[in-house]
Ligand binder design. Structure first.
Ligand code: FAD
Ligand code: NAD
Length: 475
């Protein structure tokens, strides 16, 4: 006998759990099936983001940034300290507590909104039925009018770099190290590599990053990438570009890496090696042969712009479908689908999804880079404002980086905003809102920004696009 629901969501990460909550808010009977288990063997909702991604990484980034500031910035404020040290076990305990509180919070949200939590592995069968295999092997059959697939992603592994979870690790392992590796290698200088590299560098690791591409952060505006590379090198990250890993082997508690650059074959020995070369959609065991849901050539579940799969009443959201692998993108897709199922309006504006890299300096952008606008051929103008000219950034001892706006030369529409500097991830929200409402640089120019705040940098960048900046030299 199957249990009947209006909506069954498979996956309780940042795409799945908001879909379940919104569907329940829409007065539908909802179950959310999730199979995540942490190192202690216990189940927790929240998926990669809360258990092994966004939240634990930000907890460690915050702790280690505070340590760095105490060690390197306090003196310039006139604050004297005796030697500042750290207790990694306590830092990790704090990280684990935050994760536990946040994942537990989802259960509380489910309870208050009426979502039925189901622990175990979900598999979509033909006819909108979901078979759930519990951790004890027991089976349950759920039937639903609509099914939402939100099974997320898993790290890409490299054949020549055999993962063992100890010496050769993924990002989850690297968030839970219980000792600081003296020499840390990271394959991939992308978002995960830079965030985790920053954490362990601040705690004392010698960090070497091996990146296959010649170009650093190719998805960011190139003025930002250039500035970022300069800062990361200064912070002690040894970033090797145009370097292809050929193999890695573990012997005597060390990892020997062989990689190739234009100069020929190179070797490197490290104590831990983290593979951070991207993530792939997770669909293993998700779909029965006759479920009818199609995958694309890269293994993502094929969906239209409203996240409908090829099967009526089966939807897919988050990392398992095309688009950036970001928690907030998945969340908006989940909410959209839950509203569409209930016959309400729902849409995701894929052109206005912010990206943030939580390093120091922080990096954030939304919309097109200057290079993309240029390639598109639309005449454009650029306005930049350096944080060196911001009183607030100076007061914060964080006066490096800039805010940059790219706008159309004809109708002044804001096409892209790029920030590298203090609180960039918070500042970008103003740009997101402006672009969501199709604002022009003139709209930003005429908006009053409190003084002295970091947000004035966006105001001044908008003015600079018309060579009317007040607090910096117009070029
Ligand atoms: P997931 O979070 O992967 O959740 C999927 C869930 O479904 C999991 O719990 C999984 O166990 C479960 N599941 C899978 N298959 C089944 C099945 N058949 N049956 C039952 N359950 C199943 N993004 C940001 O936006 N900001 C950040 O700062 C950020 N930092 C990150 C840091 C790291 C180290 C990593 C690895 C990722 C980070 N991300 C960040 C990316 C972010 O974590 C993902 O984009 C996000 O988690 C995707 O959400 P999702 O719900 O689609 O998938
Ligand atoms: P990524 O795509 O950001 O970076 C992977 C890097 O590895 C790229 O620079 C790529 O050129 C390089 N690479 C690929 N194959 C390689 C090889 N064989 N040798 C050397 N280098 C190689 O992926 P990631 O850092 O693994 O992150 C995965 C996903 O998680 C991303 O989509 C990202 O959006 C998301 N994430 C987001 C945040 C955030 O929003 N702050 C933080 C962490 C992760």
């Amino acid at each position: 006998m199957s249990e009947q629901f209006d909506v069954v969501v498979i996956g309780g990460g940042p795409a799945g759990y908001p879909a379940a909550i919104r569907a329940a808010q829409n007065k539908l009977k909802v179950a959310c099936v999730d199979e995540w288990r942490n190192a202690d063997g216990r189940h927790a909702f929240g998926g990669t983001c809360l258990n092994a991604g966004c939240i634990p990484s930000k907890a460690l980034l915050e702790s280690t940034e505070l340590l760095h500031r105490a060690q390197h910035e306090f003196a310039s404020h006139g604050i004297t300290t005796s030697a500042v040290g750290f207790d990694l076990a306590a830092m990790q305990k704090r990280r684990a507590t935050i994760v536990k509180t946040m994942t537990g919070g989802i259960l509380a949200l489910f309870k208050s909104s009426g979502v039925v939590p189901v622990e175990g592995h979900g598999r979509l069968l033909a006819g909108n039925q979901v078979e759930v295999t519990g951790f004890d092997g027991s089976k349950r059959l759920l039937a639903a009018k609509d099914v939402v697939l939100a099974s997320g992603s898993v790290p890409v592994r490299l054949g020549a770099v055999p993962h063992d979870g100890r010496a050769i690790c993924d990002s989850w392992n690297a968030l839970e190290f219980d000792a600081v590796p003296k020499r840390l290698g990271i394959i991939g200088a992308g978002v995960i590599g830079l965030e985790l590299g920053s954490v362990w560098r601040r705690l004392g690791s010698e960090v070497t990053m091996i990146e296959a591409l010649d170009q650093f952060l190719p998805m960011a505006d190139q003025a930002v990438s250039k500035e970022a590379l300069r800062h990361f090198k200064k912070a002690g990250l040894d970033i090797k570009l145009g370097a292809k890993v050929l193999r890695a082997t573990v012997a005597n508690d060390a990892v020997d890496i062989v990689y190739a650059t234009a100069a020929g074959e190179q070797t490197l020995q490290v104590d831990k090696l983290v593979v951070a070369v991207g993530r792939r959609p997770h669909t293993e065991g998700l779909l029965a042969d006759d479920a009818g849901v199609a995958l694309d050539e890269r293994g993502f579940i094929r969906v239209d712009e409203h996240c409908r799969t090829a099967v009526p009443h089966v939807w897919a959201v988050g990392d398992v479908v095309r688009g950036p692998m970001l928690a907030h993108k998945g969340k908006e897709e989940g909410v959209m689908v839950a509203d569409l199922i209930a016959g309400r309006f729902g849409e995701v504006n894929y052109k206005v999804i912010p990206s943030v890299i939580y390093t120091a300096p922080e990096i954030a952008w939304v919309g097109q880079t200057e290079e993309q606008v240029k390639a598109g051929g639309r005449p454009y103008k650029v306005g930049s404002f350096p944080f060196a000219a911001s009183g607030r950034a100076r007061a914060m001892e964080a006066a490096s980086g800039f805010a940059k706006i790219v706008a159309a030369a004809d109708d002044d529409e804001i096409l892209g905003v790029h920030v590298i500097g203090p609180m960039a991830g918070e500042l970008i929200a103003e740009a997101v809102l402006a672009m969501e409402y199709a604002a022009s640089t003139e709209d930003l120019q005429r908006t009053i920004h409190a003084h002295p705040t970091l947000s004035e940098a966006l105001h001044e960048a908008a003015l600079a696009a018309d060579k009317r900046a007040i607090d910096s030299i117009n070029r």
